[in-house]
Ligand binder design. Structure first.
Ligand code: G3I
Ligand code: 9MR
Length: 607
């Protein structure tokens, strides 16, 4: 039988109504000299870029429309890299104005990259946040975590232990070793890849100057993690109350906190993180490096003898579980990192490299990073590199069509924004190892997604972009009486699981969109499954934005291929450079050479 129904577009065509085009952009901004792309929905004709004086400075024909299974939309990609003059532009599609907020600036990611890092300061337990650092988000100290008792599940623990400091995990005030593991590792790797860049970068946190800000911040959490190790080397799973508290500030949450559980996964995560920390902190504080390395070795030993002690939530506990009944990936992560630090054959590993995107329960991809970037240490570094590149090729090919992002519909689960951010990080590793621009550009596209080039048309980082989350599930932001949420937080992001939907007063209305996982999101405090924040989500976003900043400031990881860094546009260099300066680069950095003397890009003499 012939259909008696007309399609929506046919009706609109008959009535003469046309769809309004939407242009999805990175709302925070595009870097002047960089690759630039927006995504167009329901557009027809050319896309024009109009400057403040009303002049059309660029006109682009979009790519052919393609479907994206994340949102079920048919969209076109618009490459406007040719626009290289800083400014704010209006975007017109077929003559119709669709955006006024397209920004191009030299330092587009500068503020957001620092804010993503600074958020870890806002998550600090056991100390007050002072106005000079925290601004209007200043708050009293909460959770001293001194003399904490052991829950009966924390085997071997007796009496009490002082376990202060550390970062709150997320929107709740718990401290969980498993999630601290991947978060702390990710930030440590950012420093390890770009030490010269982060030695000088500051974002106004309390620091005595003995460490760069990034390492001072990380140490605040490492110090807490160290308190979670038992005398036998095993590591307790978490430090929380028995139940989540209400919507209150840290100092108001005075329920008793316990050390709960002990697990193989927490122990191996701890071992891997401390092994990296031993390398990173050695040049600043050798005795701290020795201490964390000893802790790593003891943990590894306990984990190896107890590799299937899995966390099971006790019946009287209701806080986050981070349970995972497979510790082989955590062990692999700990093995390779301990091997790099010690070169001790006891930590050698012969596991096949994994192509799994890293996550709190899936650490094997981090071992792939480690092997692929240490060809001098691992006999199978080439195999790890092959795996890394084949996964990166898949991400890059996805990003070359559809919405221009590496994610596919199956990637939208709880914390989807961290899946995206980790894909961006993965792509950067491929770029370091090959210098192939397609990986770099795909990483930029991933950051664009997080900052607004997505079907929700919003930046997922609080305080950044024309539209950003206003009501994250984050107790301090909900309870502090300040209308703007704490800045620099990446929310979990869209996903169709709907775990927070229900009829209780603290639950959400159904916000899922059929066949559009990438639109299944609610900017409401109730939505812990799409709008919570978490340290393991901010850390890969901070890595992605921070690494792009470092690369564009002329830095590269020591293992990167020669010529990784594109020569920057030669800008007037500091007057301290005399003679006829030439911009040069080696595997580590871009520098200026003049009369046989080398300078950094600011004109400081290099050794
Ligand atoms: O990994 C699988 C994936 O392979 C599969 O395709 C997908 C589809 O179902 O599911 C994925 O598993 C999900 C897992 O997160 C991935 O990490 C689970 O469905 C999902 O339920 C699980 O959610 C976790 C959530 O706690 C509930 O346990 C989140 O990862 C985790 O980030 C979150 O953590 C909470 C802490 O417990 C407490 N503090 C706040 C924190 C953030 O919300
Ligand atoms: O705030 C909690 C958040 O961190 C967790 O991710 C989430 C799922 O475990 O639970 C939140 O707490 C809620 C609890 O589970 C049920 N009562 C209401 C709490 C606040 O929404």
């Amino acid at each position: 039988m012939k259909s008696m129904f007309l399609t929506a577009s046919a009706i609109l065509a008959l009535t003469g109504v046309s769809f309004a085009a939407t242009a999805y952009i990175n709302q925070v901004g595009y870097r002047t000299g960089d690759f630039k792309e927006l995504t167009l929905f329901e557009g027809s004709g050319n896309v024009d870029f109009v400057d403040q004086s009303g002049q059309t400075v660029l006109s682009v024909t979009p790519s052919a429309a393609a479907n994206w299974n994340g949102s079920g939309q048919s969209v076109q990609l618009v490459d406007f890299s040719a626009l290289k003059t800083p400014g704010t532009y209006t975007v017109k599609v077929n003559g119709q104005e669709v955006r006024k907020d397209l920004k191009i600036t030299d330092d587009a990611y500068g503020d957001v990259s620092k804010a993503l890092l600074k958020w870890f300061y806002y998550q600090r337990a056991s100390m007050a946040l002072e106005e000079q650092y925290a601004g209007k988000w200043k708050r009293s100290a909460g959770h001293p975590d001194m003399g904490v008792a052991f829950h009966s599940s924390a085997t071997g623990g007796s009496g009490t232990v002082d376990s202060p400091k550390g970062w709150y995990d997320a929107g709740d005030y718990g401290k969980y070793i498993v999630n601290s593991g991947i978060s702390t590792y990710t930030l440590l790797s950012l420093y390890e890849h770009f030490p010269a860049y982060f030695d000088n970068l500051k974002w106004n946190i309390p620091a005595d100057g003995s460490l760069p800000d990034l390492l001072a911040e990380i140490k605040y959490n490492l110090d807490w993690m160290l308190t979670m190790q038992a005398a036998d080397g095993g590591v307790y799973h978490k430090l929380t109350t028995l139940e989540f508290c209400g919507t209150i500030m840290p100092n108001e949450d005075v329920d008793t906190r316990y050390i709960i559980g002990k697990s193989s996964t927490a122990t191996f995560d701890f071992a891997g993180v401390m092994a990296v920390a031993a390398r990173v902190y050695r040049k600043f504080d050798a005795s701290y490096a020795d201490k964390v390395l000893e802790a790593a070795k003891k943990a590894y030993e306990w984990g190896s003898a107890n590799s299937n002690v899995y966390y099971k939530q006790p019946s009287d506990v209701a806080t986050g579980t981070y349970s995972d009944n497979n510790s082989s990936d955590e062990k692999e992560f700990a093995s390779v990192e301990l091997y790099v630090t010690t070169k001790d054959a006891a930590y050698a590993s012969t596991k096949e490299p994994s192509g799994s995107i890293p996550g709190w329960a899936e650490m094997s991809g981090l071992a792939t990073y480690c092997k692929a970037t240490h060809p001098d240490v691992f006999g199978d570094a080439e195999a790890a590199k092959d795996t890394l590149l084949s996964v990166a090729d898949l991400y890059a090919s996805r990003a070359s069509t559809g919405f221009g992002v590496p994610m596919s519909k199956g990637d939208f689960y709880w914390g989807s924004n961290s899946v995206a951010a980790n894909m961006g990080v993965w792509l950067l590793y491929a770029y370091y190892l090959t210098g192939d621009k397609k990986y770099y550009q795909s990483a930029v596209k991933t950051l664009d997604y997080l900052l607004g080039k997505n079907p929700l048309d919003m930046s997922f980082v609080t305080g950044f972009g024309s539209k950003s989350p206003k009501h994250p599930h984050h107790r301090p932001s909900q309870a502090d009486g300040i209308s703007e949420p704490v800045p620099g937080m990446l929310v979990g992001g869209p996903q169709p699981g709907g775990e927070d939907i229900g009829s209780q007063e603290w639950q959400c209305r159904d916000y899922r969109v059929n066949n559009a996982p990438a639109k299944s999101y609610l900017d409401d405090e109730c939505s812990y499954a799409s709008n919570e924040v978490a340290i393991n989500w901010n850390s890969p976003a901070a890595y992605l934005a921070g690494a792009l900043q470092a690369i564009n400031a002329g830095h590269a990881p020591s293992f990167a291929v020669e010529g990784l860094i594109a020569l920057p546009k030669v800008r007037p260099v500091a007057r301290t450079v005399v003679g006829s300066p030439k911009v040069r680069f080696d595997t580590h950095r871009v520098y200026i050479e003049s009369n046989g003397v080398r300078y950094d890009l600011k004109g400081n003499k290099l050794k």
